[in-house]
Each structure stands twice: as C-alpha cells, then as structure tokens.
Write a protein that binds this ligand. Structure first.
Ligand code: CAA
Length: 256
C-alpha cells in the first residue's frame, strides 16, 4: 500500500510508519491523519503485525499540526467535524506502539508521540508545546498527556512559554523512556519492537491496558483492574508455557 504522506514497511512482526512530509518538517495535516489511521487499521487487522513503530526523519518527528491548514479552519466547521479528534485513534491502537523520535517533536508532533505506548528519543530530539506562540493551545491531547507524564509545573511552563525540552530534560522529566544516539535510533526501536512482538500477545495487551488504566483511575480501581487482568492470564496456554519454559531453562514458545 502506498500513501501520500507516510511510508509504511513491515519488517518481520513490526510495522514501521514513517511520517514523510520533508518540506514541512512532517507537519500533520488532514491527509497525514487519514493515512496514519488507515495504516493502523490495516495493521490491526493483520495478525502478522505485532508491534508498531511511528517515526519521522532525523530532523523532525513532526513540527506540529500544519499551521497553513489550521489558519483556514473556522469554528463551526471545526465543531461540526470535531477537528483533529480522529488522531485519538493512535492512542486507541490495539497493538503496542513505540514513537521513535529524532529532531523536532513539537505541538501535534509531541502529542502524537505521547499517544504511543512509549517514546524512544534520539539525542537530538526536542519536545515542546509551542501553540501559545500562535495564539492557541495543544489540541491533540497535549495539555492532558503532558501533565500526566511530566507533572503540572513543567507542563504549565512548557505550554505557557513554548520553551522546548531537549532529550536529556525529557528523559529526566519522564516524557521519554530512553535516549539513544541518533544513528542508532531506528535499529534500537526495531530491536525493542521485535522483543515486544516475541512475547505472548495477550500478556503484552493486558500489561498495556493496566498501565493505561493507571492514568485514569484511582489506585483502588487500578489495582482491581490489574488483579482481574493478572488472574485472566492464568487461563492462557502461553502463561503455562512461559513458566514451564523458565523451569525447564529453555526459551518459551508462545503460541499467541
Ligand atoms: N506547519 C506547517 N508548516 C511547517 C510547520 C508547521 N507546524 N513547521 C514547519 N513548517 C514548514 C515551514 O513553514 C517551512 O516551510 P517553507 O520552507 O515552505 O517556508 C519548512 O517547514 C521548514 O521550516 P523552517 O524553515 O521554519 O525550519 P527551521 O529549522 O528554521 O525551524 C522549527 C524549525 C523551529 C520547528 C519551526 O519550523 C517551527 O517553529 N515550526 C512550527 C512549530 C509549531 O508552532 N508547532 C505547533 C503547531 S500548532 C499545533 O500543533 C496544534 C495542535 O496541538 C494540534
């Protein structure tokens, strides 16, 4: 399948989605949104794809929503179409997602990265929510996800001043899971994705569900969700196999 604004490849069990609007630093317009949603829908239905990487170029993961497009949006149209809402599809993806971020991840770019399960950052990555500088605010979940990830104080400062964070600060703040050298980013992301893809899919899926639940529940509710998920895995052959393989000192052979 070929797309106008993204490149897609499948390497073993990993789908790699590369944002590809180099002339606009991968700014996210409606066509990018349609292409990304289509690619995710396709991979969700393909059992061979077990993990997904979303990435950009070495200069920019994505420099935000396309300001040229935003500039022509009128309120009633935006209200009617719930402008940008479809991006939430990324956060709802049923397969594990890794954002491999090099260069700028600004505005909607930072928000897209935060929709993924976690962010691997190249050492040249820069994150920010500079929307205030153009008279607006993050519209793809940034005020909510950034605050949950880095806390109120830093989220406020980022959104109210438009200041960018470098990779080191983003790692210290908990926005990214790890920093890798720029030239190793793609290989490292692929290795991590392959590792996840090699585990039992139900175990991966329920780990994701529980961690996401932690962002939206009280501790008590989250613990109850975790307990039920944990108990349910006793019903899978893969869990039996994983534990038996450990005891036999051999590699587990997961079936799902
Ligand atoms: N939308 C549309 N075009 C963009 C863009 C964006 N968000 N970001 C960069 N571009 C375009 C530039 O217009 C330029 O195009 P031309 O060559 O045709 O002029 C091209 O990409 C290269 O950009 P620069 O020349 O500006 O590159 P630079 O290296 O000097 O600066 C940058 C890089 C600091 C990222 C700068 O481009 C920039 O500040 N971009 C805008 C960042 C921003 O404000 N993002 C938030 C957008 S709003 C949003 O995202 C809302 C939301 O939450 C959903």
């Amino acid at each position: 399948m070929s797309y106008e604004t993204i490149l897609t490849t499948v390497t073993g069990p990993v789908g790699i989605l590369t944002l590809n609007r180099p002339d606009a630093l991968n700014a996210l317009n409606r066509q990018v949104m349609l292409d990304v949603v289509h690619a995710l829908n396709t991979w969700e239905q393909d059992d061979a794809v077990r993990a997904i990487i979303i990435t950009g170029s070495q200069k920019a993961f994505a420099a935000g929503a396309d300001i040229r497009e935003l500039q022509s949006v009128h309120y009633l149209d935006a209200l009617h179409t719930q402008f940008l809402k479809e991006w939430e599809r990324v956060a709802d993806c049923s397969k594990p997602t890794i954002a491999a971020v090099a260069g700028y991840a600004l505005g909607g770019g930072c928000e897209l990265a935060m929709m993924c399960d976690f962010i691997l950052a190249a050492d040249n990555a820069r994150f920010g929510q500079p929307e205030v500088k153009i008279g607006t605010l993050p519209g793809m979940g940034g005020t909510q996800r950034l605050t949950r990830l880095v806390g109120k104080s830093k989220a406020m400062e980022m959104c109210l001043t438009g200041r960018l964070m470098d990779a080191e600060e983003a790692e210290r703040a908990g926005l990214v899971s790890r920093i890798v050298p720029l030239n190793e980013l793609q290989d490292e992301a692929l290795e991590v994705a392959n590792r996840i893809a090699g585990f039992s899919a139900p175990a991966v899926q329920l780990n994701r569900m529980c961690i996401n639940a932690a962002l939206n529940t009280t501790l008590e509710q989250g613990i109850a969700i975790e307990r039920q998920a944990f108990l349910s895995l006793f019903g899978t052959d893969d869990q039996q196999e994983g534990m038996q393989a450990f005891l036999d000192k051999r590699q587990a052979d997961f079936k799902r």
